[in-house]
Design a protein around this ligand. Structure first.
Ligand SMILES: Nc1ncnc2c1ncn2[C@@H]1O[C@H](COP(=O)(O)OP(=O)(O)OP(=O)(O)O)[C@@H](O)[C@H]1O
Ligand SMILES: [Mg+2]
Length: 295
């Protein structure tokens, strides 16, 4: 994979490196137009994986960040890179998800007007200066919505109505947000039906199961029947945090050891990314990524 070159913004439309497979080969996942569910027992490495993905997204000049973290400290280091950071507050979480839902509807209305079906990295247009065909970034940027410990919002704080509203809003974002670039990455210890509705769980295209306490918990993350086929995250050693089974829609599980960013590394990347985000203006973004159509 090699080191990330400073100064060169990454793209959220590219596959994101998350770790290595059993052969030491890089494992990359394409997040755009997809959502990711991360499950596993306490200490399995869920927040660590979330941090790797948020770090990548923070370094992408072509995406925005929304963070929800009941513990505050797991994603807190990235708050200066994010448009919004919500801690242990269900009211703020509901306001935020409602705004995202409204934005999603507006984006669909825009796409409808343009006779288009989804957000793309670049679209062709005529240069107002030279008159030649050039590629420019799409009209709006994708959003990475990272949620650590869904259960905190969907089953722990607030009253029943608020928790149900949270689950319903999240379900809508996961179900309809993909085409307009809303990428939900959500972590929870056990995504059973009391934590998130089964109908919501099944909508996640990517699932990562860190070590689980039993086969049934592993199946809840990966999908029913995988434990019977000998794919169970229960077989992962408790002494191997960050190891887990990754599955994509329609595929088979794959054993992955995720990358790990310690606190100092996260702080350094977050500071660099916040700086980059403050200085890279919309005009810069266009200039950076606008290239002649033939290129
Ligand atoms: N990929 C990794 N490589 C090495 N160590 C890791 C990795 N991922 C996690 N760890 C270690 O495991 C510890 C627990 O990880 P993490 O906090 O991500 O677990 P978690 O699944 O989020 O737990 P909880 O459910 O309690 O929030 C980390 O502090 C780190 O020491
Ligand atoms: Mg955690």
């Amino acid at each position: 994979m090699g080191p990330v070159k400073p100064g060169l913004p990454l793209s959220i439309f590219d596959p994101v490196p998350i770790g290595i497979d059993e052969f030491g080969m890089p494992v990359l996942i394409r997040l755009i137009w997809r959502n990711l569910l991360i499950g596993g027992e306490p200490g399995a490495g869920k927040s660590a994986l979330l941090n790797v993905l948020v770090a990548y997204a923070a370094l992408c000049a072509n995406c925005r960040l929304i963070l929800l973290d009941g513990k505050q400290v797991e994603l807190g280091q990235w708050r200066k890179c994010a448009d919004a950071f919500v801690g242990p507050n269900i009211v703020q979480a509901l306001v935020l998800l409602t705004k995202l839902q409204k934005m999603m509807d507006n984006r669909y209305a825009f796409l409808l007007d343009c006779e288009r079906r989804k957000v793309v990295e670049k679209i062709q247009t005529l240069s107002p200066v030279t008159g030649e065909i050039i590629w420019v970034p799409d009209a709006f940027l994708p959003y990475v919505v990272a949620i650590d410990e869904i259960a905190y919002y969907s089953a722990t704080i607030g009253d029943k109505r608020q928790r149900e509203e949270f689950a319903a809003l999240l379900r809508d974002l996961v179900a309809r947000g993909r085409a307009v670039g809303i990428i939900v990455i959500a972590a929870t210890q056990r995504p059973s039906s009391d934590i998130i509705p089964t109908s919501l769980r099944d909508l996640f295209a990517w699932r990562f199961a860190g070590r689980c306490t039993n086969d049934s918990s592993s199946d809840i993350v990966l999908g029913h029947g995988w434990a019977q086929k000998n794919w169970s995250a229960n077989s992962i050693s408790p002494n191997n945090p960050g190891a887990g089974l990754l599955i994509a829609e329609g595929g088979s599980p794959q054993l992955v050891k995720t990358a790990y960013l310690d606190d100092r590394t996260c702080a350094a990347i977050a500071a660099y990314a916040a700086d980059m985000r403050a200085t890279v203006t919309a005009a810069d973004r266009r200039a950076l990524r606008a290239v002649p159509a033939a290129a």
